[in-house]
Write a protein that binds this ligand. Structure first.
Ligand SMILES: [Zn+2]
Length: 123
């Protein structure tokens, strides 16, 4: 089953990525495990970011089985995951990287193994 994302959530992700620029934006994603739809963004308290990395306080994440996704932005304009990204991805089912200039299709999607996967936009 392929992953889907609600259009308003994707719009918000791109808008936040833009507003955090030139720093990185990062958050977790709430996903519906039955339908594989990404339905909400979760901002971790204490998240720190600069122009090349973001530090997530995963110890402050709520214990929720549906918190299986991550999003972060690349202010550099490339959607390729770094080694640190790939390490982090392994704990999440779905990982989105947005990249400068954060246009409507300026994002890539990866599974826990760091393989590029497709993302369907739904209403
Ligand atoms: Zn990254």
């Amino acid at each position: 089953m392929s992953w889907k994302i609600k259009k308003n959530v994707l719009d918000s992700i791109l808008a936040f990525s833009k507003s955090f620029y030139p720093n990185e934006f990062s958050a977790l994603l709430f996903c519906d495990l039955d339908t594989h739809v990404i339905k909400d963004i979760y901002f971790l308290p204490g998240t720190y970011s600069n122009d090349h990395s973001a530090y997530l306080r995963l110890d402050l994440a709520p214990m929720s089985l549906s918190l299986v996704g991550s999003i972060h932005s690349h202010p550099t304009g490339k959607g390729k995951p770094s080694l640190a990204d790939l390490n982090f991805f392994s704990s999440k089912d779905i990982n989105i990287i947005t990249y400068f200039p954060f246009c409507l299709d300026c994002y890539e999607c990866y599974n826990s193994k760091g393989e590029k996967i497709s993302l369907e936009i739904v209403d």
